[in-house]
Design a protein around this ligand. Structure first.
Ligand code: SF4
Length: 227
């Protein structure tokens, strides 16, 4: 049974990976919003930048999915990514609140710095910060790739531990993690790839299995085939 609110608030979702170890500590339910107003050169997810597209989901549907991932895969938290989560602040607040009600932690990646976020008048922005355990902030700078901190894209980005649930320990010092999955006929990739591998998989598709050999055609008039 779902533990959060059965709410019909809608949100525009680009992608969900219900159980991943490539987007923060432990196993996590990762949600990419559809739409980001920033344009970091080298962004890994250019298809998530337009605000049109993705799929419309309700908070109730997302909470149910999150609950299934908690009960079936033992996730310890959710991670919100972009697209830009703070450009979807009311929806992100709904998800973060549901996660907390389900006993899950909340991690958010933002292209804005925390100082820029504090200066925003939208109350949902402050509310989302208040519900976040770990905030990774700042734009992705491709000329400063971070190879020392797991899950972090570039050296300028800071990790803010906003509650005492997490701290910077050994798991953050491992190399980055990349997960590649086959979803139907598509390849799905998440995590942070080595610089030279960015985008290599774009357009990969599983080949269709060869069609079975055609059966010999039945004679139109049984009994009249040539002997
Ligand atoms: S903030 Fe994130 S999603 Fe937006 S352009 Fe930068 S890297 Fe891409």
């Amino acid at each position: 049974m779902s533990c959060g609110p059965a709410n019909d608030q809608t949100m525009q979702i680009a992608q969900v990976v219900p159980c991943t170890e490539a987007e923060g500590p432990g196993k996590r339910f990762a949600v990419w919003f559809q739409g980001c107003p920033l344009r970091c050169p080298g962004c890994c997810n250019p298809e998530f930048l337009p605000f049109r597209g993705g799929e419309t989901k309700t908070l109730g549907e997302m909470t149910e999915w999150m609950t299934r991932a908690r009960d079936g895969s033992g996730i310890e938290g959710i991670t919100l990514l972009g697209g830009e989560p703070f450009a979807h602040a009311p929806a992100a607040v709904g998800l973060a609140r549901s996660a907390r009600e389900c006993g899950l932690s909340v991690m958010v990646f933002s292209g804005y710095t925390i100082e820029e976020l504090w200066g925003r008048p939208d109350p949902a922005v402050g509310e989302l910060i208040g519900l976040t355990d770990i905030l990774v902030d700042g734009p992705y700078l491709r000329e400063q790739p971070d190879t020392d901190r797991r899950w972090i894209g570039s050296k300028n980005q800071r990790i803010h531990f906003l509650t005492n649930r997490y701290r910077f320990d050994d798991q953050w010092r491992r190399p980055n993690t990349l997960e590649i999955r086959l979803v139907g006929r598509e390849i799905s990739v998440n995590g942070f790839p080595a610089k030279d591998a960015v985008g290599l998989w774009k357009g990969w598709k599983r080949k269709k299995p060869p069609a079975p050999a055609a059966a010999p055609a039945a004679p139109e008039h049984p009994g009249s085939e040539p002997k």
